[in-house]
Design a protein around this ligand. Structure first.
Ligand SMILES: [Zn+2]
Length: 74
C-alpha cells in the first residue's frame, strides 16, 4: 500500500498519523529512483524507462509504444 493511501486512512487519528509521518515519510532525494517519474501517470521508482528520453513507466509504455513508432518483434 502506498504512503498516500495509508496517510489518507489515518488522517483523523492524530497520534497514529504523527508516528506514521515520523517514521515513514519518503526521503527527499537529489537523484535516484524517486526522482524518475512517468510523464503520463506520475508513477515513480522501478520500471520507469528513461532510455531514449522516454520517461514512461513500463505500464504506460506498453500502451503508447505503437503510437511512438515502436514495433514488436515477432
Ligand atoms: Zn506511467
Amino acid at each position: 500500500m502506498s504512503y498516500d493511501k495509508v496517510l489518507d486512512q489515518i488522517k483523523h487519528k492524530k497520534g497514529k498519523k504523527e508516528r506514521f509521518e515520523k517514521h515513514n515519510t519518503p526521503k527527499e532525494r537529489d537523484y535516484g529512483k524517486s526522482k524518475k517519474e512517468c510523464r503520463r501517470c506520475g508513477r515513480v521508482g522501478r520500471g520507469v524507462i528513461s532510455e531514449y528520453n522516454l520517461n514512461y513507466c513500463r505500464q504506460c509504455f506498453r500502451e503508447v509504444a505503437e503510437d511512438l513508432g515502436f514495433k514488436q518483434l515477432k
